[in-house]
Design a protein around this ligand. Structure first.
Ligand code: SF4
Length: 522
């Protein structure tokens, strides 16, 4: 007699029993995971300061080094983490939550990589690491993932075996409000802020001048050597409390000694996009700046000072709009019980001071004709396309920068870097910028995504756009020579000794630096 076929239910039961038996055999029985809560360990007291190393990093290589020297000068033990690489990304992906943006993975992975080295290579116990080290990072309550970074870090650290490791936040918008008291390990007082701001701006002028000169140096490596020497000079000045302006004047001699050939038609590429992705100088953006230079471009980078100006601008705008609300405005950044007009005055002074320090430092190092953005102007040009009230990432700045780059002829090509998984940058560079480009069809705009892999795809996309930009720079240069009725030798002969200097920078007429030199020859 033939057996009756199994019913669906019987098959299901059999499969479930088999699965349960296999799970038991392989040790994969489900065990309910306890809900994780962020205990937010932050305790760091003044008495611990001498024995505690603050791990920091995440800006440009020059700025990280200067920040270390500046904070060591006021009594902190600082260790700068190296520029995040692909190995750091892998650690970040292994221990971080799914669906985060790229900078989170790179940053937390870089931290975990260092801690694992300490534990496994140097033999320091995880508990001792948690006692002797803290991580200092920027915090914000922006609407993008940035607002949850610190918690994500702590969760990843726990999973990597460093439960209880302290992540300290330096709120970008916090100012002296976050002053942590004289007994706190990290005392965010005016001295602390002054050191941070000075080191960031000194790093900015150092970066800006080197990106201007390096593409035109005759002897490859001269600019990098000047940067290294300048970093030593500046670090020493920070450590010994000497004048930074005098140190920058000494750095200027390093740059002035570089021999350059200014009359090379190079495409100028402005890098914009998400803050971390456009600032990092390693695997996080596939060494974008160096790659562009290796392909014959001059890179126009964005400075951290501009970001600080953006933070001040946000505060100014919010304060002005809140002035009428005063009595009902008791929440968060509300003005209830506060003098809004006085706050506006303080912000005005902060902005002026920032610009003054920047221009003083720039002048000392020989960075001429560098214009920091006018934040109101940037907001005005961006507003028709992107509401300036929308915050997160670079906000409207990305839009404003593209418009200004094209309409004011600041660069031949604009390259927008957005990290994989970035909410604000994806919306802007893929969505809003299309509307901008409809109005500005002459723009060469290259949005690229960095995911940590696919370097070849990333670079070939950049090269496609760079081809057009290179042609445009060449045409512009030839037109400048024609207008002046000169050939290359005659133009070179007309350049004075001063104009041949590495720190000389011509007035702005067109986008290309070489064409500008020809246009401004006397
Ligand atoms: S701007 Fe983008 S990449 Fe940067 S933190 Fe926010 S979501 Fe992440």
């Amino acid at each position: 007699m033939s057996q009756s076929p199994l019913t669906f239910q019987e098959i299901e039961t059999e499969v479930q029993e088999f699965e349960a038996a296999e799970r038991k055999r392989l040790g994969l029985e489900p065990c309910p995971a306890p809900q994780w809560h962020d205990r937010n360990p932050q305790q760091f007291e003044r008495a611990q300061r001498k024995e505690t190393t603050i791990l920091a990093g995440g800006l440009t290589i020059a700025q990280d080094a200067l920040l270390q020297a500046a904070l060591e000068a006021i009594g902190y033990r600082i260790e700068v983490l190296p520029c995040p690489d692909t190995a750091a990304l892998h650690y970040g992906k292994e221990f971080g939550n799914r669906g985060q943006c790229n900078p989170t993975y790179f940053t937390v992975g870089n931290l975990i990589k260092r801690l694992i080295h300490l534990r496994d290579r140097d033999g320091v116990a995880a508990t001792e690491i948690a006692q002797r080290y803290v991580f200092l990072t920027a915090g914000a309550c922006g609407p993008c993932r940035f607002g949850t970074y610190a918690t994500e870090y702590r969760k990843a650290l726990r999973d990597a075996g460093f439960d209880g490791f302290r992540v300290l936040l330096f709120q970008q918008q916090g100012g002296f409000k976050q002053a942590t008291g004289p007994e706190a390990g990290l005392e965010m007082n005016p001295r602390f802020f002054a050191q941070v701001v000075k080191s960031l701006i000194a790093g900015d002028v150092l970066n800006a001048i080197s990106y201007r000169i390096r593409p035109y140096e005759i002897c490859v490596g001269d600019t990098d050597r000047a940067i290294e020497r300048s970093k030593e000079i500046l670090c020493e000045a920070f450590r010994t409390g000497r004048s930074i302006v005098k140190a920058l004047l000494r750095c200027r001699h390093q740059f002035e000694a570089i021999k350059v050939n200014w009359l090379q038609a190079k495409p100028k590429v402005m890098i914009i996009g998400e803050f971390w992705a456009m600032t990092t100088e390693g695997d996080g953006n596939h060494h974008l700046q160096r790659f562009l230079e290796s392909q014959g471009a001059e890179v126009d980078i964005q400075l951290v000072t501009a970001w600080l100006l953006y933070l001040i601008w946000q505060n100014q705008r919010d304060t002005r709009r809140r002035l009428d609300l005063r009595e009902q405005d008791a929440t968060g950044k509300g003005l209830a019980g506060r003098d809004g007009v006085r706050l506006l005055r303080q912000l005005w002074v902060a902005e002026r001071l920032l610009r003054l320090i920047f221009h003083t430092f720039a002048r000392a190092i020989g960075l001429r004709r560098y214009h920091l953005p006018d934040m109101e102007e940037l907001a005005t040009v961006a507003q028709p396309f992107y509401d300036v009230e929308l915050r997160g990432g670079e906000g409207h700045m990305e839009v404003g920068k593209l418009i200004q780059a094209v309409t004011l002829n600041k660069a031949h090509m604009v390259l927008s870097v957005k990290p994989f998984g970035c909410m604000p940058s994806s919306g802007v560079s893929d969505g809003i910028q299309s509307a901008v480009l409809n109005r500005l069809p002459q723009a060469i705009f290259c949005p690229v995504e960095t995911s940590g892999d696919g370097e070849v795809n990333f670079q070939s996309r950049v090269l496609m756009y760079l081809f057009k930009a290179r042609r445009r720079a060449k045409e512009e240069f030839e037109m400048a020579l024609q207008r002046r009725r000169l050939d290359l030798n005659e133009a070179s002969g007309l350049m004075s000794r001063l104009q041949k200097r590495a720190t000389h920078y011509p007035a702005h007429v067109v986008a290309g630096s070489a064409a500008n030199r020809v246009c401004t020859l006397r």
